[in-house]
Design a protein around this ligand. Structure first.
Ligand SMILES: NC(=O)c1ccc[n+]([C@@H]2O[C@H](COP(=O)([O-])OP(=O)(O)OC[C@H]3O[C@@H](n4cnc5c(N)ncnc54)[C@H](OP(=O)(O)O)[C@@H]3O)[C@@H](O)[C@H]2O)c1
Length: 303
């Protein structure tokens, strides 16, 4: 264990979320190792005291490994049988926590690979963008064996404000996919309805101010308001990343014979924004651009 009975943590994946999350652990005094597929993303964290890991296998020398990578192939890569995190027995690693938004199938593969070498596995996807994480407001859905959830608890409780234990397998992944499905639907709905408002003569800022003050306003509609009004589409989460989550939810729904008419239409709206190039690489609020174009509405940032 590292200082103050806090487990030492090997952080795997230094994207937009990973850098901020690993930084929170450093700030709280955890011993943190850092690894990223593409080198060079760890400089700031190493300067702040993180230990650079030269390989995934080096993570076996920590109490907890915590992965925050993009998608199913990325998570699969972490347990590559030749040079992955759990390629061989040995080391002190007790628990692998994954915070990525991935399918239940990918979580199951990672959990099986971990258990094969005596390492426990926790699915702990996160709700909250990098700014929300930095403010300590992120929440986690967590599933896994009780003892592994207990081992992960000091880390998760440092990273965010609440941990919802939801089962002993991949239930946390289901919770996350359902939540992100709702988020995509709300994003698309806001985009369509501000276009309607503006075509009818109500500026986006005025309509959103009212929505945010009403019962259907939400923290999400409030923090997407500047993007929708000022057209600053610098990504907190990209439109491609959000579509990835929608597709994972739809895959799960198809496997379970659960029709999703609204979520299916939302997937098409996101795909139109990506395929046309109009919002590629931008924040998920870029679905506004497609809604406006379809309606023949020229958008201007708030003056
Ligand atoms: N951003 C958000 O607001 C948000 C909120 C909640 C949850 N999430 C979820 O959190 C996860 C990370 O999101 P992010 O925004 O941090 O994404 P990101 O900025 O795109 O970073 C993705 C990370 O995954 C790594 N990666 C991608 N493919 C890989 C592979 N094949 N093998 C190994 N590593 C690979 C990347 O490494 P390289 O540097 O080598 O490309 C990078 O470290 C995603 O599952 C996302 O859905 C994001």
């Amino acid at each position: 264990m590292s200082a103050g009975d806090r487990p030492s943590v090997a952080w795997l994946g230094l994207g937009r979320m990973g850098v901020v999350m690993a930084g929170r652990l450093l700030d709280a005094g955890f011993t943190v190792g850092v690894w990223n597929r593409t080198p060079g993303r760890d400089a700031e964290l190493v300067e702040r005291g993180a230990v650079r890991l030269e390989s995934l296998a080096a993570a076996r020398d920590f109490d907890v490994a915590y992965s925050m990578v993009l998608d199913d192939p990325a998570l699969d890569r972490l347990h590559d049988p030749d040079d992955g995190l759990v390629a061989a027995d040995g080391g002190r690693l007790a628990t692998w926590v994954d915070g990525s938004t991935v399918s239940t199938a990918a979580a199951g593969r990672a959990a099986a690979a971990a258990r094969a070498v005596g390492v426990g596995y926790v699915s702990a996807p996160v709700s909250g963008n990098p700014a929300v994480v930095a403010a300590g407001r992120a929440i986690f859905a967590a599933s896994g064996a009780e003892e592994d959830l207990d081992r992960a608890a000091p880390v998760l409780e440092t990273l965010g404000r609440a941990v919802h234990r939801v089962g002993d397998a991949a239930q946390a992944n289901v919770v996350k996919l359902a939540t992100n499905g709702l988020l995509a639907i709300v994003m698309q709905s806001l985009a369509e309805l501000v276009v309607l408002g503006e075509k009818a003569g109500v500026p986006r800022a005025d309509l959103l101010a009212f929505i945010n003050d009403s019962a259907v306003g939400s923290p999400f509609s409030a923090y997407k308001t500047p993007a929708l009004v000022d057209l600053d589409l610098t990504p907190t989460f990209t439109v491609e990343g959000q579509r990835k989550d929608v597709r994972l939810a739809l895959d799960l729904a198809a496997a379970l014979e659960a029709p999703m008419p609204v979520l299916s239409t939302t997937e098409v709206a996101f795909s139109r924004t990506i395929a046309s190039g109009i919002g590629a690489g931008q924040d998920l609020a870029a679905v506004l651009l497609t809604a406006a174009r379809d309606a023949g509405l020229e958008l201007r940032p708030r003056a």
